[in-house]
Design a binder for this molecule. Structure first.
Ligand code: IPE
Ligand code: IPE
Ligand code: MG
Length: 255
């Protein structure tokens, strides 16, 4: 249920995207523009996360997935990586109370086991404590890489096949999806990327097969609730044909 007057914002409350995924990009450039260290931009980016999570929950979005740290981001200078882990720890500590209050379920995708132990403990604690929450599923993609995720599924299916637990005929999209980190989440309807980059950077490759893609020049620390509203309106103005023709879709609507 929405606690925001969506109609007033030009959004049709009946046709909200169920699952929005965001590639939060541009923190470093935001800081550079201000002659500040990159980490300053990451700190500012956390404020945007807060605003967008609150807005998504109030708007009645079911799932929000935020690309927070990619498998490839480990290649960044050690100093930046440690600072990012520190910010993540702080974020979870500070936000847990709010997630409990606002009925948000905390979730992650990616290689949590590659993160520092303190971070893993905080993540597991937040997941456990918010397990029953129903308002919004907030998923952080951490040490996440989509190719790696897909490869792991392939390996798992290969070993199940080898062990004789499944046959070749059992391997279909449904089975494949049940092994992805995103299992149980609704289909990604809308993917947003900030900062003007038009690429996917190894995020949710399987899951965005039929998502609507939205790119904005806004750097992540500058991205406001209103920018998400714009993305949702654009999403609602697009025709999702899933391979069919407009006429077929119109007939479907009429019947
Ligand atoms: C996104 O901002 C945050 C992470 C990848 C952790 P960047 O740090 O990539 O910012 P730019 O792209 O360098 O501006
Ligand atoms: C993608 O941003 C990863 C996250 C937002 C966490 P990057 O800044 O790492 O992507 P590239 O390197 O520009 O493709
Ligand atoms: Mg970047």
């Amino acid at each position: 249920m929405s606690e925001i007057d969506l109609k007033e914002l030009g959004v049709d409350p009946e046709r909200l995207p169920k699952h929005i995924a965001i590639i939060m990009d541009g923190n470093g450039r935001w800081a550079k523009k201000r002659m500040m260290p990159r980490i300053f931009g990451h700190r500012e980016g956390v404020k945007t996360v807060d605003r967008i999570v609150t807005f998504a929950r109030k708007a009645g979005i079911s799932a929000l997935t935020l690309y927070s740290f990619s498998s490839e981001n480990w290649l960044r200078p050690q100093e930046e990586v440690s600072a990012l882990m520190g910010i993540l720890n702080e974020y979870i500590k500070n936000e847990l109370a709010r997630m409990l209050r606002e009925d948000i379920r905390f979730n992650t995708i990616g290689h949590i086991d590659h993160l520092p132990q303190t971070t893993q403990d905080l993540i597991n604690d937040a997941k456990e404590k918010t397990r029953e929450n129903k308002g919004l599923i907030l998923t952080l993609a951490l040490s996440y890489g989509s190719r790696q995720e897909i490869l792991e599924v392939a390996k798992r299916i290969a070993s199940l096949t080898k062990a004789g637990e499944i046959g070749e005929g059992d391997i279909d999209e449904k089975l494949f999806e049940s092994f992805l980190d995103t299992k149980g989440l609704p289909t990604v309807d809308l993917l947003v990327r900030t900062s003007g980059e038009i690429r996917i950077s190894n995020f949710l490759l399987w899951q965005i097969a039929y998502s609507e893609l939205y790119f904005t020049d806004a750097l992540w620390p500058d991205f406001k609730e209103n920018d998400l509203v714009k993305a949702i309106i654009e999403y609602q103005n697009r025709e999702r044909r899933f391979g069919m023709t407009t006429e077929q879709l119109e007939n479907k609507k009429e019947n």
